[in-house]
Ligand binder design. Structure first.
Ligand code: UT7
Length: 325
């Protein structure tokens, strides 16, 4: 039996120019470079310019991904943007990127799963391709979290940054075996009972405002390790692979201590883990495609490598994906 599979044929990334160091934050907040580095591994983050919106970041990443794939906008039949910081309450940021790319056919929509957003968007894209409904899909993670941070709250504002990453997925026929290139499986989960641990205290339907991010860091940390471990086990089972088969772990980048715990669980040395949290901080839905692009761009990730992706975020939402690059 022939199977349709979503192959990664290009990726692109974009980071705003402005670098904000821990040192700079320590001048206006009761914090220190030492605290931030020790507790999170973050050294600096990028912050978007005032006139730079999520769609602008996503557009740059999308253009780079299309160029890498050798595709034009007319080749794409679906755009999915994972974001929690859309330009407008509606329409979807994906439609703005569609217009800017000059794509006048197909469909474009946003997916909202906070820091798990890219894994969710990848799962949706993979299913559209497997079902034969789309052939070439642009999956983008783009965020301007700097806009929803409470810059007086040291327990959250030091943790996040802005950025965007994108993948072009193309349908390919194969026999469905784990040796073949493409998205092998995706696994997404949510448990809505944990709203209070990580949320934004506003929204159009409740306060008519945008609101600010609020987080019980310790509580999220505790759940993150347990839940992402479950998601990783599901991906290993579905792929019929063992931790020893994994070439690269590409985790959501929230905290180096969480990343190290996941690597330990897979028995992977840290030189097999892609880490960007030191320079990007937590860019929510953008963190995984940014990390994928960095490591494929510098030659670490090679065609045929087996990649484990995992994330956890507000909701709670969490998930994993196993991809043969
Ligand atoms: O991407 C979505 C998922 N998000 C995450 O995965 C985040 C998960 N959580 C974490 O990464 C960590 O819990 C944090 C980095 C947020 C916090 O680290 P922690 O080791 O859990 O610290 P804590 O919240 O227990 O705070 C320890 C102390 C507190 O002081 P007291 O109560 O011990 O006196 C805080 O007030 O550190 C204090 N603190 C700070 N001190 C200096 C909190 N933020 C800061 C700060 N600078 N920026």
């Amino acid at each position: 039996m022939r199977h349709l599979r979503a192959q990664v044929v290009g990726c692109g990334a974009y980071l705003p120019e402005r670098v904000v160091s821990n040192e700079e934050l320590s001048h206006r907040l009761d914090t220190s470079d030492e605290w931030i580095r020790q507790r999170t591994g973050i050294c600096e983050r990028r912050i978007a310019a005032d006139d730079e919106h999520t769609s602008h970041l996503g557009l740059q990443a999308a253009r780079a991904a299309l160029e890498a794939a050798g595709f034009g906008a007319g080749d794409i039949d679906l755009i999915i943007v994972a974001t929690s910081t859309p330009d407008q309450t509606f329409p979807a940021t994906a439609t703005r990127i569609q217009a800017e790319l000059g794509m006048t056919r197909g469909a474009a929509f946003d997916v909202q799963a906070v820091c798990s957003g890219f894994v969710y968007a990848l799962a949706v894209a993979d299913n559209f391709i497997r079902a034969g409904q789309s052939r070439n899909v642009l999956v983008i993670g783009a965020e301007t979290f700097s806009r929803i941070l409470d810059w007086e709250d040291r327990s959250t504002c030091v943790l996040f940054g802005d950025g965007a990453g994108a993948l072009v997925l193309a349908a390919a026929e194969g026999n469905g075996k784990a040796e073949e290139r493409g998205v092998l499986s995706t696994h997404i989960y949510s448990d809505g009972r944990h709203n209070e641990a990580l949320y934004v205290d506003g929204g159009p339907g409740s306060t008519r405002t945008v609101g600010h991010l609020r987080m019980e860091g310790r509580e999220v940390f505790r759940h993150a390790v347990v839940r992402m471990s479950q998601a990783i086990d599901a991906a290993l089972d579905a792929g019929g692979v063992t931790p020893g088969d994994i070439d690269w772990l590409v985790p959501h980048q929230a905290n180096i201590r969480i990343i190290e715990a996941m690597a330990k669980r897979l028995n992977l040395p840290m030189d097999r883990v892609v880490v960007t949290v030191d320079r990007h901080a937590n860019t929510s839905a953008a963190s995984i495609p940014l990390a994928l692009c960095e490591a494929s761009g510098d030659g670490r990730i090679q065609a045929g490598d087996l990649i484990m992706i995992e994330a956890m975020g507000g909701g709670f939402t969490w998930g994993s994906a196993l991809v043969r690059w």
